[in-house]
Design a protein around this ligand. Structure first.
Ligand code: ADP
Ligand code: MG
Length: 358
């Protein structure tokens, strides 16, 4: 559902729920200057989280235009969810997971692209990101069905780990097919689907002639053009401890920003809080002092995938890979109650330190 409203461009300070980022806020307008621009706001639910779209416009849109754009936004997200959610029994992902056939399985161009990028990141990271991690995610209680026992015992984990491995997938780009060489292989595209959904909404807006917007799904963001104050959109990256607040402001335009954190989606297992991010190399939830990692990239699909990859690898291995690949990444590490940070030169270049929310 989209909200039916155009809001004055100020004062706007929205907290993006479930996101590791806050607000695309701005300064209060000097009272003697008339409001020149409006923000059309659309929001709703998708992929188990929420979305927000802000579009800058010179005048309030007609109801017909709002309806049209609102419908396109929701349709773009519905398309992604209905193809890629493993919570939907009829999705491509669920059908792929159910089949025990090792024959080529035809994918829509969208799902093929998402899987292709994810596998590329698997290869780059030696399997830290691995969309075949689904059975392990389920075993730790973060999938569609509640496991019988938590935590999973070592025996179960080693049996499940034998079913995981991106190298057991064969993609054929010309035919748009994928083949599982192990019949028990299953996917979980949650690490990249939200980011891809953001890209799809951004494309839909561009097709509609909209050039100044910010799209956010569950904390993954694309910003385009100037905000209503004629500058880049401003995204605050949350400080996940140490009294909270904003650790760093990212001015964003023409890029995507995604954040993976160890603190949003957790559950208690045997008296400990465990993360929904699983290290496929151990079969266990990650266990290091990286609190969050934020990544800027050209597409949100890539930013989302890289953020999860680095989240799995942790503050040292992840940082080393980000440096090697030239990825723009900001790492926030927990050190007792304080937060320390590490940033790659590419991140500093795209989002220089010292930016403020206004
Ligand atoms: P968030 O942005 O909400 O932190 P991520 O983009 O980091 O989410 O994706 C986390 C989700 O990806 C998990 O809920 C799980 O479904 C799946 N997942 C967990 N570990 C991995 C992994 N190593 N590789 C790929 N997907 C994973
Ligand atoms: Mg991700």
């Amino acid at each position: 559902m989209t909200a039916d409203r155009a809001v004055p461009a100020f004062p706007l300070l929205a907290t993006l729920c479930l996101a590791s980022v806050v607000a695309c806020g701005q300064a209060t307008r000097p009272s003697d200057r008339p409001a020149a621009l409006l923000i059309e706001l659309f929001d709703g639910a998708t992929m188990g989280t929420t979305y927000t779209v802000r579009v800058v416009s010179a005048e309030a849109w007609s109801e017909a235009r709002r309806d049209r754009i609102g419908t396109r936004i929701q349709m773009a997200l519905d398309d992604v969810e209905s193809a890629m959610s493993h919570y939907r029994p009829d999705s491509e992902v669920s059908r792929f997971n159910e089949t025990r056939s090792t024959e080529p399985f035809t994918l829509s161009p969208a799902t093929f692209e998402v899987v292709r990028v994810a596998i590329e990141l698997s290869e780059i990271s030696d399997g830290a990101l691995d969309i075949t991690v689904g059975p392990l995610v389920n075993a730790w209680g973060f999938g569609p069905t509640e496991p019988e026992t938590l935590p999973p015992d070592a025996d179960l984990l080693s049996r499940l780990r034998a079913r995981v491995g991106f190298s057991k997938l064969e993609l054929d780009a010309a035919a748009s097919t994928v083949r599982k060489t192990d019949p028990a292989l299953e996917w979980d595209l949650s690490s990249v689907a939200k980011g891809y959904g953001v890209d799809r909404v951004a494309s839909a807006l561009t097709e509609e002639g909209v050039t100044r917007f910010m799209v956010e799904v569950g904390g993954e963001i694309v910003a385009s053009g100037a905000n209503h104050l004629h500058g880049p959109w401003r995204i605050g990256i949350e400080r996940p401890a140490d009294g909270g607040g904003i650790q760093r402001v990212v001015p964003l335009s023409g890029h995507a920003l995604a954040t993976s954190g160890d603190y949003r989606n957790v559950r208690e297992v045997a008296g400990r809080l465990v993360s929904h991010t699983i290290d496929p190399r151990t079969g266990r939830p990650i266990d290091h002092h990286l609190a969050s990692v934020s990544v800027i990239a050209d597409t949100c699909l890539l930013a989302d995938g890289v953020a999860t990859t680095l989240e799995v690898l942790g503050p040292d291995e992840g940082y080393a890979l980000a440096i090697e690949r030239g990825w723009a990444a900001l790492f926030l590490m927990r050190d007792g109650d304080t937060i320390t940070s590490r940033v790659t030169p590419e991140f500093d270049q795209l989002a220089p330190a010292g930016a403020t929310m206004d």
